[in-house]
Ligand binder design. Structure first.
Ligand code: GLN
Length: 499
């Protein structure tokens, strides 16, 4: 493998700036790597070599002319396939959108194009981002670069696998209940869910709009900071976008000190640990907490009693929103159109036949569940109750943040599981999200970074900060990453893979 690909995006950007490499060389190296190993990983649903190389050539030209460029200009990136890209296929991992070419770019894609990062392709995901393994993708699962018999996490397993196996240094993910952080944890990469509203959702194919958030997938915390900075800011196309840009670059100004976290209180949440967490995950987590203490942080035990109900509240609120958001896939406006085998061809029968053929079992399960919890007789008992739990979770988090500056937990209860292990047991699959969901319910930022290896498989630690305190979360992440000194992706067996 071309060693250049093991560098971080920030290092690649420096080399581009210094004229050591060109963006065309770098982009071609990524494309070659994809051609070489994606048959094994299946991280990509679509590769846009021509588009990526055209952007790269343009960056090189502009740079040669001495014009000012964005710091990440010329660094290749991949985009999760539930984020729309004009003229480039976007499927959301579903058959129902097969062959669809969006007529517009998501705001984040516009920003990436304006900053001139070559977009090498679109990454695989569980259908409409519903799942924790990519096994629900209509196009087959992605593989974990640490062990191809294991899941790369989900829904954003394609982005995490692409970054983890050195096909690309940067990728975009979406996180509704953990789809950026859980794949990061099980692939030894870094993933961040920004504060809700910090990054525009315009052009992200909606799953559950009150929970969805676009964010960075990278190999280092520094790269996540740089990418979030590029993506964020107010957007008139997204009414939930925050008026003020959430500033993160200040996290990079770390003073040289042996105790950079002095004066900071870091919470350990009682309810995000204990039974159900694998020993290796807990051991690595405890070691990371010791490091935080070494860095000067005061470790404080806290309790968030309602977290126990957060998962169940999520699995009522999310399907309710899914059932409404996915009503737009009707065989008329986007993607495939299937006519009924028999009987009259009416709007209703075409809609039914298209949705029956186009949606997979997990999507159907959630639409049915969501329709059920929103129906007149059930609304208050299920959806209403879940909304009340959501408020209680938010209050628990507010109370926690009156005692601590950030809190930490394992990013996932276990390491990457084997394909098939949880496919016949939706509840077991849902339990993967127990640690990640509170941050989505409350809209707070949350970051996952590697905490070590357990029997050769990566584990992750999650850092959660109050809303709009993304910079604080990143500051803790940077200090911890440095103190752990793991450089985990560098140990990934995928680096040995050749064609
Ligand atoms: N695993 C979660 C789910 O299936 C996460 C989804 C997401 O964040 N997009 O709902």
């Amino acid at each position: 493998m071309n060693k250049l690909l093991m560098k971080s995006a920030a290092e690649m950007a420096d080399m581009l700036r210094n004229g050591e490499i060109t963006s065309v060389e770098l982009t071609q190296a990524c494309l070659d790597r994809i051609a070489e190993i994606d048959g094994k990983v299946h991280a990509f649903l679509h590769v846009d070599a021509q588009g990526a190389l055209a952007t790269a050539a343009e960056v090189d030209k502009v740079r040669a002319a001495g014009e000012e460029l964005h710091p990440l200009a010329g660094v290749p990136i991949a985009v999760k396939d539930n984020i729309v890209t004009r003229g480039v296929p976007t499927t959301a991992g579903s058959k129902i959108l097969e062959g669809w070419k969006p007529p517009y770019d998501a705001t984040v894609v516009e920003k990436i194009k304006a900053a001139k990062l070559p977009i090498v392709g679109k990454t695989n995901l569980d259908e409409f981002a519903m799942g924790s393994s990519t096994e629900h993708s209509a196009y087959g699962p992605s593989k974990n670069p640490w062990d191809t018999e294991r899941i790369p996490g989900g829904s954003g397993g394609g982005s995490a696998a692409a970054v983890g196996s050195f096909m690309v240094p940067l990728a975009l993910g979406t996180d509704t209940g953990g789809s950026i952080r859980q794949p990061a944890a099980v692939t030894g990469t870094v993933g961040a869910k920004p504060t809700y509203g910090a990054v525009s959702r315009y052009g992200a194919i909606a799953m559950a709009s009150s929970l969805d958030q676009i964010g960075p997938v990278t190999r280092t915390v520094e790269d996540a900071i740089l990418l979030q900075d590029l993506l964020s800011g107010n957007d008139v196309h997204d009414s939930t976008s925050l008026a003020e840009k959430v500033e993160v670059l200040s996290a990079l100004e770390v003073a040289e000190s042996s105790k950079p976290l002095a004066g900071m209180k870091v919470g350990l949440v009682k309810e995000l640990g204990g039974e159900g967490y694998e020993t290796g995950v807990v051991e690595n987590f405890n070691k990371a907490v010791d490091k935080l203490r070494d860095l000067g942080a005061e470790i404080v035990e806290i309790s968030c009693p309602t977290f126990e109900y957060a998962l169940w509240a999520y699995y009522l609120i999310m399907p309710a929103e899914v059932s409404s958001n996915l009503a737009r896939f009707d065989g008329m406006r986007y993607g495939i159109r299937v006519e009924p085998k028999e009987g009259p061809v009416t709007a209703e029968t075409v809609m039914a036949a298209t949705r029956a053929a186009g949606f997979g079992p997990e999507v159907k399960r959630r639409i049915i569940l969501g329709t059920h919890v929103l129906s007149a007789g059930n609304f208050d008992a299920f959806y209403g109750a879940a909304l009340r739990v959501r408020t209680l979770v938010q209050r628990d988090l507010d109370a926690a943040f009156s005692k601590v500056d950030v809190f930490v937990s394992p990013s996932t209860p276990g390491v990457a599981f084997k394909f098939g292990e949880k496919m016949n047991d939706p509840l077991a699959m849902y339990l993967n999200d127990v640690t990640t969901i509170p941050a989505n319910l409350a809209g707070t930022p949350a970051l996952s970074l590697p905490s070590g290896l357990s029997e050769g498989l990566p584990t992750g630690i999650q850092i959660v900060a109050p809303a709009q305190e993304d910079a604080r979360m990143y500051r803790v992440g940077l200090a911890l990453e440095k103190a752990l000194g793991l450089e985990l992706p560098q140990d990934c067996p995928a680096k040995e893979w050749e064609k």
